[in-house]
Design a protein around this ligand. Sequence first.
Ligand code: ATP
Length: 235
Amino acid sequence: MLLSVRDLEAGYGGAHVLRGVSLDVAPGEIVLLLGANGAGKTTTLRAISGVVAARAGSITFDGRLFSGPPEARAARGLGHVPEGRGILAGLTVAENLDLGTVLRKDGAAAVAADRANLLELFPMLKPRLKESAAALSGGQQQMLALARALLARPRLVMLDEPSFGLAPSVVDELLGLVQRLRTEGTTFLMVEQHAAALAIADRAYVLAGGRTVLEAPAAELAGDDRLVRAYLGAH
Ligand code: ATP
């Protein structure tokens, strides 16, 4: 497994939010994290990336314990596109992309080559490089956030509701990119309520009350109307 989470507990001050989350992500998979509002999906991603401290349980990444501050986990190959995207609106598109490269240790030429490749994959960003990131549409900001995360060459990318606020055609474009990136070797753990995400995912976990209560192949969930109604938007 690339990522293994066992009996994870975490929270905020007196709020005990995660009470036993366990999940696995194998290399090359797209795994979805589903659940009602407040179930703990965002907190799970935050605990994996180290933004929120784990109170109990274990996280292993590539076979070794995953701990320490977010920068240390990013350096081991974790990318996290948070809820709200985390784009710095005061910077240009190019400067936002640069932020994705700060942990790279493989030299300017490799970074420049990756950057050029990514701009082929995200052509909508190319003509906007010198513009303020704030001037981008929501969909373009989501693409920028994903491109920035990819510039760090992560092994696993966590996306927190990337479809939020996007038009259906943009959601399809984004999910298509995720699918393509997977074929090129990136692994994904996604919080995503958009029903279209089931079509590109391999497996899904359902969280309820801070616990994982179900794990199933995405294709099986897609055929379960009750689950789809409970956990996925009918888009
Ligand atoms: P949503 O779809 O609403 O984002 P979620 O499944 O991602 O739901 P979380 O955002 O992980 O859920 O939140 C789980 C619980 O933790 C909620 O009850 C929420 O109110 C609480 N919570 C989230 N962030 C904080 C915080 N910074 N401080 C205190 N409580 C928080």
